[in-house]
Write a protein that binds this ligand. Structure first.
Ligand code: ZN
Length: 211
């Protein structure tokens, strides 16, 4: 049985909304190094808001920032299982992006989710689909980076897409396993870099032996 559901990731820019590739975005997100704040800010500029419009982050940092009182506290609160967010009125502006440290934690969680046993992620997930006349008729609509990221992980796990961690120690990016032939690196770049490094190590060893 093959069921097709879509993921529609929309970014709001100055000239309205445009569709974007959430998997491309995730790939660029996984490329970010946790100490590189500049690269993270560039990433956020390119891909939009971290949170959905009208969503309230449940994290502690957000409560502290707003003095313990949530600006949404007067509204009826709906918990959504997938995100742990409390949904406020649709059409509200998105809340400010979280501190960088929270984003790096999420990067780690998402990477692990692709590699851990599926139940770890899926038992805490709930997916809400929207329906439309065009194919694919059921889709997840995301207007934020965090929702789009999480949806790509959930959909990959549901489709049983296997991932492996890049063997380059300073990369460690999860990549899709596409054939039985076991690739060890996420990209040609990493494979090449590792072979250059191996070459250097061998040269060093040979030199030492000559002495
Ligand atoms: Zn790599």
């Amino acid at each position: 049985m093959n069921i097709h559901v879509g993921l529609e990731f929309l970014i709001t820019g100055q000239d309205g909304e445009r569709r974007a590739d959430a998997w491309q975005m995730r790939s660029e997100f996984f490329d970010l190094r946790p100490e590189d704040g500049d690269a993270l800010r560039e990433f956020l500029d390119k891909w939009g808001h971290w949170y959905e419009p009208g969503e309230k982050p449940s994290q502690q940092w957000h409560k502290e920032k707003s003095g313990g009182r949530s600006p949404w506290s007067g509204l009826e609160e709906h918990r959504t299982g997938t995100l742990g967010f409390i949904r406020a009125l649709a059409g509200d502006p998105p809340p400010p992006d979280p501190p960088e440290s929270e984003i790096w934690k999420e990067q780690d969680r998402l990477k692990r989710a692709l590699l851990d046993p599926v139940e770890e992620w899926l038992t805490g997930s709930r997916l809400a689909f929207e329906a439309r006349p065009e194919y694919p008729h059921f889709y997840i609509g995301a207007r934020s980076i965090s929702k789009a990221l999480r949806a790509t992980v959930t959909l990959d796990l549901l489709a049983r897409v296997k991932h492996r961690l890049c063997a380059r120690k300073d990369c460690r990016k999860p990549f899709k396993v596409e054939s039985k032939h076991s690739r060890r690196f996420c990209s040609q770049y990493c494979g090449h870099l590792e072979s250059v490094r191996r070459g250097r190590r061998e040269k060093k060893r040979a030199k030492r032996r000559q002495k």
